[in-house]
Design a protein around this ligand. Structure first.
Ligand SMILES: Cc1cc2nc3c(=O)[nH]c(=O)nc-3n(C[C@H](O)[C@H](O)[C@H](O)COP(=O)(O)O)c2cc1C
Length: 218
């Protein structure tokens, strides 16, 4: 399928068929999407809670009460729900974990001094956000949103229906999964599966601002 066809086909799914489950081979590819997403300096400031059981989805649905209840059935009826979490800070242990993974994966095989350079570059970026821009949590959250963007496109390419869910109570989910104690915080979620026949949104035309509104071609 052409990319533009995928972009037209994918849409924010409002009702999932609760009887349809994603095949395991598809789930593996979806997890690969989450893991292989790029991030600034490869800092990978994320964690994902992936729910596929009724109990797991019910736990995530705890964050879809009150004014977010319009999202509850999407979470409960989806095949899988991914809760995207961001690190609230980057400590030395995380930096060393990333560096060790890069070494294990062979990034420094050609010249050992590259390891020092990789660490120093990451630290310099982190310190810029810590001391100059003073926006570390925001910077880390942006990396998570970038991940979610490529995740949505990848799901579309795999022919999977999905909906991003910013309409969740992240404080409730922080408590539900004891995220803050691990320097993590819930950011957003994506529900995935197969659309229900009743989904009103499936048949609506896609709508975007006109190209000449959003592009400056020079
Ligand atoms: C960051 C983000 C958060 C969103 N949150 C919700 C949500 O909580 N519930 C929902 O039904 N749709 C949500 N959406 C879906 C958008 O409304 C939808 O993507 C937009 O209207 C464009 O339509 P399309 O995705 O069908 O092309 C969200 C989309 C994004 C990108």
């Amino acid at each position: 399928m052409q990319l533009t066809e995928v972009l037209q086909r994918r849409y924010a799914t409002k009702a999932f068929d609760a009887n349809k489950k994603l095949p395991e081979a598809v789930v593996e590819q979806l997890l690969a999407l989450l893991r292989l997403s790029p991030s600034s300096t490869n800092i990978q400031p994320w964690h994902f809670v992936v729910a596929s059981t009724p109990e797991g989805k019910a736990r995530i649905a705890q964050g879809a009460g009150g004014s977010y209840s319009y999202n509850e059935s999407k979470i409960l009826n989806a095949s899988h729900v991914v809760l995207f979490c961001a690190r609230t800070q980057i400590d030395e242990a995380h930096l060393q974990k990333v560096l060790a993974a890069e070494e294990r994966d062979g990034r420094f095989a050609s010249a050992p001094e590259i390891k020092v350079a990789a660490h120093n570059t990451r630290l310099a970026y982190l310190n810029e956000h810590k001391f100059s821009k003073k926006d570390v949590p925001h910077w880390l959250e942006k990396q998570v949103y970038l991940n979610m963007g490529s995740f949505l496109l990848g799901a579309g390419l795999l022919g999977i229906d999905a909906v991003p869910l910013e309409g969740i109570d992240t404080a409730i989910l922080d408590a539900q999964f004891e995220l803050n104690a691990r320097d993590l915080t819930a950011i957003t979620a994506v529900a995935l599966g197969y659309r229900a026949d009743t989904d009103f949104n499936a048949g609506l035309p896609k709508s975007r601002l006109a190209a000449d509104e959003i592009f400056t071609l020079i």
